[in-house]
Design a protein around this ligand. Structure first.
Ligand code: GLU
Length: 383
């Protein structure tokens, strides 16, 4: 049976497939350090689990409104106001099965066939595939060679009469870039003038370091921004699959219609867990951030102590993105070598549109990071 062209051209998610391979190797008894997938290593906080158990016991196990329960939308609206200074009514919010789902549904709601969607490099592996699946055409943008940030000049240069929008991610995966207020203002002014929409992926918002503050571009162009966020990273709830979208009421209505015909509501139990996460005590998040900060400083220093690789200090998220340009191997060859010969799983920069780089997640214990540093050093020495 022939599969569709769409299916044929969709690459598997490299972050998820490397992680699956790694789990398989671990099952076989190999001592693999998994730095591939980006997920906090701590358990979901107890009060969030209790809220889920209580939801089950109260019988909240049936369909909910396809766009999510009202209490959760109210909590999200409060959070967006208090944390981000963004004003949304509940009709401007839809809850989905993870932020990935939120982004995909937003793309389905916004893209006509062959509409161009701009994606600054390096980018998270799923953006380009999701744009293609939604019928659009991903256009990958070069960024500043040193900072890896998108400049307003590069943005302006890339805009054609087919450009519909841009996906912006700050704090960013994979390089940990955080756009500051002035940089966002400059990009917002181009986006405003050209009448584009922006999907602003803000899932790493709580993981910023060295006194930085996350700012949403929606503050400057609210009518053109679709804000994406979720509970996966912030509350270590990757498996619960809760993401949300906030923006223009017509886009949100469209996303809700699409969702009502495809997945229906996100898991009812997870919605109650997310409600507890967003409205409950936030100390667990700060604890995680402080721990990640320690690990960030450790791993970046360790990587920079190894000859022939270089790593800029990430400003946010929980990834180190280091250059292997001085090695004779490309990013795929080097990642394979690390997995097969050194038992360290990482993701090749190629998957993020950035050959010559490797991404590792430091959302794992310091002892794992120490082990990984030693193994990477030993692998490079014998090259
Ligand atoms: N976003 C995380 C990562 O980049 C989780 C896996 C995924 O969905 O890609 O590793």
């Amino acid at each position: 049976m022939n599969i569709s062209k769409k299916a044929e051209y969709t690459a598997p998610s490299e972050t998820l497939s490397i992680s699956a391979k790694c789990k398989e190797l671990k099952k076989q008894g190999l001592d693999v350090v998994n730095l591939s997938v980006g997920e906090p290593d701590v358990d979901t906080p107890q009060h969030i689990k209790e809220a889920a158990i209580s939801a089950i016991n109260k019988g909240f196990t049936k369909y909910t409104d396809a766009s999510g329960i009202l209490e959760l939308k109210e909590a999200i609206a409060n959070k967006l106001w208090e944390d981000n200074g963004l004003k949304y009514e509940t009709q401007q919010i839809v809850v989905s099965s993870g932020a990935k789902h939120s982004i995909y549904n937003s793309l389905l709601a916004l893209c006509n066939e062959q509409d161009e969607v701009l994606i600054p490099t390096p980018y998270w592996v799923s953006y380009s595939e999701m744009v293609k699946l939604a019928g659009g055409r991903p256009v990958v943008l070069p960024t500043n060679e040193d900072t890896l940030k998108l400049t307003p000049q590069d943005l302006e240069r890339a805009i054609s009469d087919k450009t519909k929008g841009i996906i912006l991610n700050s704090p960013q995966n994979p390089a940990g870039i955080v756009y500051c207020e002035d940089e966002l203002l400059a990009l917002a002014s181009v986006i405003k003038e050209k009448g584009l929409w922006v999907i602003s992926d803000e899932v790493y918002e709580r993981f910023v370091y060295d006194g930085r503050k996350h700012i949403s571009i929606a503050l400057f162009i609210p009518d053109q921004t679709i804000v994406i966020n979720g509970t996966s990273k912030t509350y270590s709830m990757t498996g619960w699959r809760i993401g949300y979208t906030a923006g223009d009421v017509n886009v949100i209505k469209a996303v809700s219609r699409i969702q009502s015909q495809t997945t229906s509501n996100p898991c009812s139990i997870s919605q109650y867990a997310a409600l507890s996460a967003i409205t409950g005590p936030q100390g667990c998040v700060e604890e995680m951030r402080l721990e990640f900060d320690k690990r960030r400083r450790f791993i970046v220093e360790r990587l920079n102590s190894i000859s022939k690789i270089a790593c800029q200090m990430p400003e946010g998220a929980f990834y180190a993105f280091f250059s292997i340009k001085a090695l004779s191997l490309n990013s795929e060859e080097f990642s394979n070598l690390l997995l097969e010969k050194a038992n360290v799983a990482v993701v090749p920069g190629k998957a993020f549109g950035a050959e010559g780089f490797i991404r590792l997640s430091y959302a794992t214990s310091l002892s794992n990071l120490e082990k990984a540093g030693d193994r990477i050093e030993a692998a490079i020495k014998i090259l």
